[in-house]
Design a protein around this ligand. Structure first.
Ligand code: ATP
Ligand code: MG
Ligand code: MG
Ligand code: MG
Length: 482
């Protein structure tokens, strides 16, 4: 089954169970000060769960564009190093808003995975919430009983509060969850460690694919929990991980979601994927990051110097550096992946194709700008490494980290990454101090700049009537009261 069919089957399945298929919300969040990017399928339904809004359906399903690079969910450091965490990924989900609950959610998840998709039952594990005495939370016996009717008892594992109890925030809906994990190891690998399930142990071949959340409580401001009047279901399944399992692979990157792009870029770099770990990581980072950047631009978030825009810029620069150092790309290359990506998502996320030329242009310009200073910056780090060696020091000082940031456009996490590759670390505190000095300096500069302007009292209605004179360095603007 190719990835398009896999996605389609998911949506058809839940449509057949009377779910309304809804479009993905934008990945870039515009109206929530607590969140820059959508990080789970349920984000767009938050107000339904909170009871602030109602919908004309009580069951929904979709594939949601998600990004986990900041805040509570930040997987950036794992991406490319491991084979199953991405920056941008699709989360397949089904929801019940006060309608069905644990029984149907569990039965349908099982039916879809083992009947429709035909995943082997003896490779699946499920986890249920074991309870938490300190919190006065009971073990989720209901979920256990529903699972017991479907799967061998020894394949139902207990999970702790961290993995198996979901909370929207400090207050609000929460409840136990039940996750489905798949073991993709070979028979020999499994036999080599008898009795070990490796579930939730960050093993690359024993991965979590689906999380079923059962919202049954409301966490009050005083920390107490009360039963919700209406119970909800919120599920999320990693699409790329599902493709890995269904296509008989052991890495998300070996599926048709990523392989065409990996082959394209490997050919361009004249390397082969799967031969050298350093090169493989670079290829994985590049094909992962191009998705994050392209989808963000398609959703209206351009790379910039602050907030969400800077997250996008950082991700792009990270990929450019991997290509430059490990694949020898001295010219812009990321943008050449965009047509492939747009083609891949035709009919699924058409916002990409519709803006293909624009996305290419933005990425190309970003790449060119960074490549102008990248080489000098990297050589600077080389020099510093040699200097540090002679003094037996392993920390790049804050001033240098700041210079790399300010003059060479190196985001601090990129400098930290390069430092780590060289067995070094960075003085982050020192960097923050330098940053503060610069902020103060520009604030002072801004103060003097205002003296060039004709100041009008606040609140007065004014009309712009023209420049007194216009030079490169100082503009004098004139206003007239109206
Ligand atoms: P993990 O423990 O693997 O980091 P999670 O418990 O943080 O996953 P959930 O918040 O439960 O993930 O999200 C639901 C599903 O989304 C997961 O079961 C997984 O299949 C998928 N998923 C989560 N994070 C990522 C990611 N960074 N890249 C790809 N898929 C992901
Ligand atoms: Mg996670
Ligand atoms: Mg998990
Ligand atoms: Mg989970």
């Amino acid at each position: 089954m190719d990835s398009k069919q896999i996605r389609q089957k998911f949506l058809e399945f839940f449509e057949s169970k009377q779910h309304q298929i809804v479009p993905s919300a934008p990945m870039v969040v515009k109206d929530d000060p607590t969140l820059m990017f959508t990080n789970a399928g349920m984000n767009q339904f938050k107000d339904l769960f909170l009871g602030n809004k109602t919908a004309d359906y009580n069951r929904a399903a979709d594939t949601q564009k998600c990004m986990r690079v900041s805040g509570k969910h930040n997987d950036l450091e794992e991406v490319g190093i491991d084979t199953y965490h991405h920056t941008m990924f699709e989360m397949l989900g089904n929801w019940s808003f006060g309608d069905y609950f644990k029984k149907d959610a569990i039965a349908w998840a099982w039916e879809l995975l083992t009947d429709v998709y035909q995943l082997p039952k003896d490779r699946l594990y499920v986890t249920i919430f074991e309870g938490d005495q300190g919190e006065g939370l009971e073990r989720d016996q209901e979920a256990y009983d529903f699972w017991k009717a479907l799967i061998a008892e020894e394949r139902i594992l207990n999970g702790n509060k961290k993995d198996n109890f979901w909370e929207m925030g400090e207050q609000g809906p929460c409840g136990p969850c039940s996750e489905i994990h798949i073991d993709l190891r070979t028979e020999e690998e499994i036999a080599a460690v008898p009795g070990k399930t490796l579930v939730n142990e960050d093993h690359p071949q024993v991965v979590e694919i689906w999380n079923l959340v059962f919202m049954q409580f409301n966490r009050m401001a005083d920390g107490s929990l009360i039963k919700l009047p209406a119970q909800h279901v919120d599920t999320g399944m990693g699409f790329e991980r599902l493709c890995m399992a269904l296509q008989g692979k052991t890495s998300n990157y070996d599926t048709d979601v990523f392989q065409p792009m990996i082959q394209f870029i490997a050919q361009k770099a004249e390397v082969e994927y799967g031969k050298d770990e350093k090169i493989d990581i670079a290829l994985r980072v590049i094909v992962d990051h191009i998705r994050a950047v392209s989808f963000a631009i398609a959703d209206g978030q351009l790379p910039s110097n602050n907030k969400a825009g800077y997250v996008i810029r950082r991700i792009l620069r990270r990929a450019v550096r991997y290509g430059y150092t490990f694949l020898g790309f001295k010219m812009p290359f990321m943008n050449t992946l965009v047509p492939l990506l747009c083609e891949q998502f035709e009919g699924v996320f058409d916002e990409l194709k519709a803006q293909q030329d624009f996305i290419i242009k933005v990425i190309m310009e970003e790449e060119s700008a960074f490549l102008r200073t990248l080489d000098t910056g990297l050589r600077k780090i080389d020099t510093i490494r040699e200097e540090l060696k002679t003094t037996n020091n392993d920390t790049i000082d804050g001033k240098t980290v700041f210079e790399l940031y300010d003059t060479f456009g190196f985001p601090v996490d990129l400098t930290a990454l390069i430092a780590r590759e060289n067995g070094l670390q960075i003085d982050e505190k020192g960097f923050e101090q330098e940053m503060q000095v610069q902020k103060d300096r520009s604030r002072n500069a801004a103060k003097t700049e205002t003296s060039d302007w004709t100041i009008v009292n606040e609140g007065e209605d004014v009309q712009f009537i023209g420049y007194d004179h216009l030079e490169a360095t100082s503009k004098i603007l004139r206003y007239r009261e109206v």
